[in-house]
Design a protein around this ligand. Structure first.
Ligand code: UT7
Length: 332
């Protein structure tokens, strides 16, 4: 076992997967009372991917993304110590999706568990992965962010159905062999937020019943304006805290990696922290909000450009409420 004091966690490989089927704004115009102009101007979204096959759950996408990580890093999956899956759409309410993914990718020596922190799931998962690596006890942690949002979205509710898409991303965390890696984090929650962004039924408060089905209580509910307000102010505060205590100005940052909920939220935070628009990773126009998958999909889409030592700020906000920011220097 290595000396825990000298260990820094870093990302050594990234994979991503989105389904082939595309749901465009024009297609949504035929399903609900909406239009392309409204969706683009209010959210930045043009289209999203949908995993249409009802027999294919979230793990299907998580497995695809994870296998790409294994291939990219060229490792034996038996060498993975831990598999974490961040998701709000587990395959089953009980029996973790992470356990199934671990077994299917051949990570049979690993233990595994899911974390549920909604749109902050991958951000929180990075903190968990980092802590297991930095304990010195584990060498390889695979973090998967995967959500089949189409399984919980009500496609008659125009307030939510235009926002979400399906996808998965995965990142391998290992001990850094140089001075770079996971540097700092500021993570927060506020349980009062569950009034504004939630699925009511299916848990212990409202177990499934004919009534919960009839009232569509198993679908995602969001009060968009309230969530918008908290998302901007809380993510801004988290970003500023991380920048201040690491002595970072907007110019010092190479990449802002924000959860993809709304382009207007991201632009607002970037402008208040003096981070230039060309440093902001964005794919909301193609994928919409894929919940736990937005951040690893951004990394996967842009990984060819990353260079050792570059500075990354990750930010997210989501159900719970949960939110935060983290700071990482690229290590490979
Ligand atoms: O990822 C988890 C965290 N989630 C977020 O961060 C999401 C935060 N919220 C948002 O991104 C935005 O609030 C939305 C994109 C969800 C909504 O945008 P908005 O600018 O806050 O719109 P709004 O809810 O204030 O609605 C404005 C108008 C309303 O009509 P009236 O009352 O002004 O006549 C809505 O009924 O737009 C109407 N509207 C729509 N019109 C066309 C709502 N949804 C639609 C729609 N198409 N799909």
């Amino acid at each position: 076992m290595k000396n825990a004091k000298n260990i820094k966690a870093c990302i050594t490989a990234i994979g991503g997967y989105v389904p082939e089927d595309i749901l465009t704004n024009e297609m949504l115009e035929k399903m609900v009372d909406t239009n392309d102009e409204w969706i683009v101007s209010r959210t930045g979204i043009k289209e999203r991917r949908i995993l249409k096959d009802p027999k294919k759950p979230t793990s299907y996408m998580g497995i695809k993304a994870s296998n790409k990580v294994i291939e990219e890093r060229n490792i034996d999956p038996m060498s993975i110590d831990l598999v974490i899956t961040a998701t709000v759409t587990p395959d089953l309410p009980v029996a973790s999706t992470a356990a199934y993914i671990a077994t299917e990718i051949g990570a049979k020596n690993a233990f595994s568990f899911d974390i549920q922190a909604a749109c902050s799931g991958f951000l929180y998962g990075m903190s968990v992965a980092k802590s297991f690596i930095e304990s010195g006890r584990y060498q390889r942690v695979l973090l998967v962010g995967a959500d089949k949002m189409s399984s919980i979205v009500d496609y008659t509710d125009r307030a939510t159905c235009i926002l979400f898409g399906d996808g998965a991303g995965a990142a391998l965390f290992e001990a850094s062999e140089n001075e770079f890696g996971y540097e700092d984090e500021f993570l927060q929650t506020d349980g009062n937020g569950r009034n504004y962004l939630k699925i009511d039924a299916g848990g212990s408060l409202f177990p499934p019943s004919h009534e919960t089905l009839d009232k569509k209580m198993h679908n995602l509910y969001q009060e968009g304006q309230v969530v918008f307000k908290y998302a901007v102010s809380n993510m801004l505060e988290a970003t500023q805290k991380i920048m201040e205590r690491n002595n970072l100005k907007g110019n010092d940052i190479n990449y802002l990696v924000p959860h993809q909920a709304n382009k207007r939220i991201i632009d607002s935070i970037a402008s208040k922290t003096d981070i230039d628009s060309d440093k902001i990773l964005m794919n909301i126009e193609r994928y919409g909000n894929t919940t736990a998958a937005t951040i690893p999909l951004l990394l996967n889409d842009n990984k060819a450009s990353f260079k050792k030592g570059e500075k990354f700020i990750f930010i997210a906000f989501g159900g719970g409420f949960s939110w935060g920011a983290s700071y990482l220097t690229w290590s490979i």
